[in-house]
Design a protein around this ligand. Structure first.
Ligand code: HEC
Length: 691
């Protein structure tokens, strides 16, 4: 019987993807890359070794195909391609999906999501982290809250369901997970006073099967860590930014969660605030909670855990261990036993500095192994950068540890909201037991401000509000690193340091190679054992995505989408590359700062109308709020515009928007002169009225 069941996994006669079994989804990808994380373990490991450390220097482009529609500043390309039977499937920041032939680079079909441009509850760039595949369908979770199934052969909509409502602050950015005939999708929205949740739908019909809220309600386990009166829990955050991993043998799904909401105002939510900044294990079939591990209690520093959980099986101290790893913004790598949720190496709870106003938690967990990968006490250079961004006259204190609370005086904190590992997925080699993490040495100036309560937008959703002001020295332009951790010992095998952030996912192959993208537009290959750089290739746009490796007609290929990034402020583009050892295409020209394919208004000089701050507000929401926050008081990487003297001067603001600098992209190629004038008027006239 067992053998017969295994035989039933046969391929479909139409060549489309079968209803993959958990067993198929657990095998390291060779001919096809069928699930976002490579396998259900999210390990992004390919056993292929035709391309390897000794020949990768010869890797060249086979073709480069442009996937149009998402090159404006608000978009990010963070979608890892899937490949099945000679076809590449990939989504863009506009939630469009493309099917591209491996043989020719020709687009077979394109699905256009036609997102409402008025969607105002996208926190950190318009993006999709990818798609799922199974039973002849492609699944995409959209920023408008829809979960859509497409016919794999045609790209036509098979079904579509309103999984969550963007008007209530929740959007889908993560690639869904196809498993056991279910499609699993998590939502983000912690910046908009939303309540995170993970949902399971029937892959055949789109009917909801179960839903798990990452912030418990009255009567549920964990509710005791929230105020018992009032409704803080209803907007408690704990976003899900990525695709869960799964262990079919244990029947468990694993994911990590983002910050509690409001991000930096602890006063309104006394308690540990479960299950924010946690690793969570749920029963796959019912969505019931099995265990959780909270990495930051009562977070007030925006220490999201946004990168995917990675599963691994190894031997530690002579014992077989089923592990799980998570690399969040704190700059640590947390390694747990995934059956129990207990740390593999000691993670003691230690007393931390207290501030009754923020109702800080008495202790925080401090991992001992591996050591921290990011700087956790600000350096003199970091302090200087924050001082510059905040303005010379702003008084500052420097945090002695990363869990130092802050008040009205600005506290310089590392790694801060921009530091450690953000969404970029790590990778893991099951043969060598090495875990690869990309991150950055971020720094922020944090203050509690007299920020007015969030004003609901037209649709009733609260505007991006973090409950405080934070100012960041260099946005996402911080020194970065790529680190290799041996999970059997907890030791760091090697760590490469870069002058700019590492803001791309990694994959590792049997060819002793780690592939990672860079802000400069270079896709790079490192020797997995030593960390030596072996190959780099200019893709023509910010390389802030994740590569996919597969075999087709006996040859090994690598697919990579270079499209730039809104938060990292890297050059935009729409270049889907295919690489192989017999490719003939050389590198693209390096993109110039702020370059984009979309030259709005180019060649058609229009006389400028008087600056219109109302129109400027729309431009600001689409292009600037991602870094500066919806009201310009600071957000993910951009400083508070209400405290900078130059932000009150029309010519200075226009110069900054036109030319960028200091971690901000130039907008001369992406905005029309009129839009630049309007948005500058909005900054000077409207934003600067906020006290
Ligand atoms: C990718 C993130 C990012 C985006 C998008 C962004 N900014 Fe910035 N912005 C920054 C950073 C980082 C700085 C600090 C630069 C520095 O310290 O030199 C900054 C600085 C500024 C300043 C202050 C300049 C000064 O001299 O004090 C203004 C004004 C400004 N931005 C306006 C805008 C406007 C308007 C937009 C949209 C058209 C925008 N920004 C988009 C990150 C961003």
């Amino acid at each position: 019987m067992v053998l017969l069941a295994a035989a039933a996994i046969a391929a479909r006669s139409d060549g489309l993807a079968p209803a993959f079994t958990a067993q198929q989804l657990s095998q390291s990808p060779v001919d096809n890359w069928i699930t976002n994380g490579g396998t259900l373990y999210n390990d992004r490991y390919s056993p292929l070794k035709l391309i390897n450390a000794s020949n990768v220097a010869h890797l060249k482009g086979v073709w480069m195909t442009q996937l149009p529609g998402a090159t404006a500043a608000k978009y990010s390309a963070e979608s890892q391609p899937l490949e099945y039977n000679g076809m590449i499937y990939i989504s863009t920041g506009a939630d469009d999906v493309f099917a591209v032939r491996v043989d020719t680079g020709k687009v077979l079909w394109r699905y256009q999501a036609r997102l409402d441009p008025a969607i105002s509850t996208v926190c950190c760039g318009w993006l999709s982290r990818g798609i799922a595949l199974g039973d002849g369908k492609i699944f995409i979770g959209q920023l408008d809250g829809k979960l859509v199934a497409l016919d794999q052969a045609t790209g036509k909509v098979a079904w579509s369901t309103q999984a969550t409502k963007w008007t209530a602050g929740t959007v889908i950015t993560a690639a869904p997970l196809y498993i056991d005939g279910l499609v699993i999708a998590g939502v983000a929205g912690g910046e908009f006073k939303a309540r995170g949740h993970l949902m399971a739908f029937k892959a055949s019909t789109g009917k909801e099967v179960w839903r798990f809220y990452t912030v418990p309600g009255p009567g549920q386990r964990g509710f005791e860590t929230w105020p018992q009166s009032g409704d803080a829990w209803k907007g408690g955050g704990a976003s899900i930014w990525q695709t869960p991993s799964a262990d079919p043998k244990l029947g468990l799904l694993y994911f990590s969660t983002g910050n509690a909401s409001p991000d930096d105002d602890g006063a309104v939510r006394p308690g540990a605030n479960l299950f924010s900044v946690s690793i969570v294990a749920l029963d796959i079939s019912t969505g019931k909670l099995r265990w959780y591990y909270q990495m930051v209690h009562h977070d007030i520093w925006d220490y999201d855990a946004a990168s995917p959980t990675v599963l691994f099986d190894t031997t530690v101290h002579g014992k077989l261990l089923h592990g799980i790893g998570e690399a969040p913004k704190t700059g640590w790598l947390y390694l747990l036993d995934r059956a129990t949720g207990k740390p593999i190496f000691p993670i003691p709870e230690r007393a931390v500095p207290q501030d009754p106003k923020q109702i800080t938690y008495q202790t925080q967990p401090f991992p001992t192994l591996p050591r921290a990968l990011a700087i956790q006490v600000p350096t003199a250079a970091q302090v200087a950068a924050v001082q510059k961004a905040a303005g010379r006259s702003v008084p500052m204190a420097v945090a002695k540890s990363m869990y130092t609370p802050y008040g009205k005086t600005m506290m310089v904190t590392a790694p801060g909201p921009a530091g450690g590992t953000n969404w970029p997925p790590p990778s893991y080699d099951p043969q060598t037991h090495q875990f690869y993490v990309c991150g950055q040495d971020g720094v922020s100036g944090l203050t509690t401000g007299d920020v007015p309560e969030p004003t609901p937008n037209r649709n009733g959703a609260a505007l991006h509000d973090v409950g405080s002001i934070w100012t960041v020295g260099n946005g996402f332009h911080n020194p970065g690193y790529l680190a290799d951790v041996d999970v059997t010992t907890g030791k760091v095998t090697w760590q490469d340091h870069f002058s700019d952030s590492c803001y791309s996912g990694s994959i590792v192959t049997g060819g002793n190679l780690v592939f990672v993208g860079r802000n400069s537009g270079d896709l790079e290959a490192y020797n997995a054992k030593t960390g030596a750089l072996l190959w780099h290739f200019q893709t023509g746009a910010g390389a802030n995505d994740v590569a996919t490796v597969f075999r087709h007609n006996g040859k090994e290929y690598l697919a990579f989408f270079a499209g730039g990034n809104a938060l990292a402020g890297t050059a935009h583009g729409d270049n889907l590359w295919l690489f192989s050892l017999d490719g003939t295409l050389g590198p693209a020209r390096p993109p110039s700062a702020g370059a984009a394919l979309q030259h709005a208004g180019e060649g058609t000089p229009v006389p400028l109308a008087p600056a219109d701050a109302t129109n400027g507000a729309t431009v600001f929401m689409a292009n600037c709020s991602v870094c500066h926050g919806a009201r310009g008081t600071g957000g993910n990487g951009g400083p508070n515009l209400t405290v900078l003297p130059d932000a009150k001067k029309m010519t200075k603001v226009m110069q900054q928007v036109t030319n960028g600098g200091g971690g901000m992209p130039a907008f001369q190629a992406t905005l029309t002169p009129q839009q630049i004038e309007d948005v500058s008027a909005y900054v000077v006239q409207t934003i600067n009225r906020i006290k």
